[in-house]
Design a protein around this ligand. Sequence first.
Ligand code: GLC
Ligand code: CA
Length: 573
Amino acid sequence: MNSPVESTPSRPDQWWRSAVVYQIYPRSFQDSNGDGIGDLRGIIDRLDYLAELGVDVLWLSPVYRSPQVDNGYDISDYRDIDPLFGTLADLDELLAQAHRRGIKLVMDLVVNHTSDQHPWFIESRDPGSAKRDWYFWRPARPGGTAGAPGAEPDDNPAAFAPSAWTYDPTSGEYYLGIFSPGQPDLNWENPDVRQAVYAMMRWWVDRGVDGFRMDVINLISKPAELTTGNPLDLGQGSLRRVANGPRLDEFLAEMNREVGLDEHNLLTVGEMPGATIEVAQRVTDPARHELNMVFTFEHVNLDQSSWSKWDLADLPLPVLKGNLAQWQEGLAEAGWNSLYYDNHDQPRAVSRFGDDSPEHRVNSAKTLATVLHLHKGTPYIYQGEEFGMTNAPLTEIGHYLDVESLNYHALATAGGVAEEQVLRSLAAKGRDHARTPVQWDDTDHAGFTTGTPWIPVNPNHREINAQSARRDPDSVFGHFQRLIRLRHDDQTVREGRFQLLLPDHQQLWAFTRTLGDDTLLVLANCSSAPAEIPSEQLPALDGAGVVLGTHPGGGESRLAPWESRILRLQPSS
Ligand code: GLC
Ligand code: CA
């Protein structure tokens, strides 16, 4: 007999503090009907795999109705599933089947903007409509002829388009789209907008979802210049400058209250480009009832030399570990961290921070995971990271599909940047690396689809795939399973205080986690050369036991390339 069906898994207070989250980008996860696009039934088919990995929560990137200008981050109906991905009945089944396995489900919430096909926006196009003020409508700049080139209200570029303003001939005005013309920004100053969003969120909570990942949520409160209609010249890197507006905390607290986010013990994580530690301290302080945690961008913006992610820079290890340590310290008292390297917007961690050569891929993927998962906070795994998927061989512009990459290529080459340089930036940072299909096995389309995948499968799926990783206990997959289990079993991993050691060491990432008189020491060689352990600068290692290592043994005084060890120190008596 099976154990009784668990319909709604309980959500004890702060359950998310011991959880590991797995992000699914549905379009690239598993296709079930041969159209080359991943879908909800495909996810249902893979739930046993996710249970075997041991994760507690799934976060689904958007599956709502959408024209797919930005792969679903442009929503035209928040209360329905796009036919590409299935139906509401499929979603309900996914939820029930996940819950039956003790896995929770978190939805993506994209409410800084809608699609330009959303009924709210369509109505707003009419200047006389009650929804005109739900979006930002502005006339041409003084002296400009509406619709003529250069007459936009200001010179701010969009993230994925040359201008943040799109002309609408029906009313002779422009609307704001910080990301692209297909993603008009909602005006959160209008209380009706906020109530409509909260009602929609309650509808999902009633359906049984366990939380929300909130897309660019620190952009909902816009700077006063925008809300009052004055010109605002943001200049380059404009996104960051509209972030963290004056009413952000007020809106988040209101949302929490109105939707019952804390009351229902939901997981809430706010994606926050440009958020500082101070913003995160406020937003995640439990006493303020805003959000559980935020996604910082600081550590994924370190390998760039300007506000633009396309201006590549080297990233020395001390800079990366120093940044994570600052966030650990900043949120040590109140508040909580999220922990991630990878998501659908970032290149693959093993290619970016590790070494994806055949010699070092497995150990560098394991060691990067050891380091991240031993920080304090809630770890996020992005699909494929758990068996070491790498960047794809994208070498010409014809290989790219993502709106961000295509827009950057057009703008940069028109602006005189050499083609090779643009391609180098795209190859390092393009979002398509994260979006190639999950490599399930070594067959033609990697087990992702029986049809033609919407984006080509990485040819290295013959060697790198989930099936071969699952068969090998020494694989990256096996290591992730052990890290997840360790977090579940070990209170020091969950709650211990973090302290960075050897901050200037160029190869070693070393730190302790301490709870009462229990101390874990993490020693990780984040380089492709061997490294001596400088014992004299570390706590006494005598009698220390290896909790988990990437290599056999553990007593040696040097670490092999990309070797890491988690040690439990003898309590000092
Ligand atoms: C977030 C999403 C990204 C999307 C953007 C606009 O950054 O993660 O994929 O393009 O918001 O919605
Ligand atoms: Ca499909």
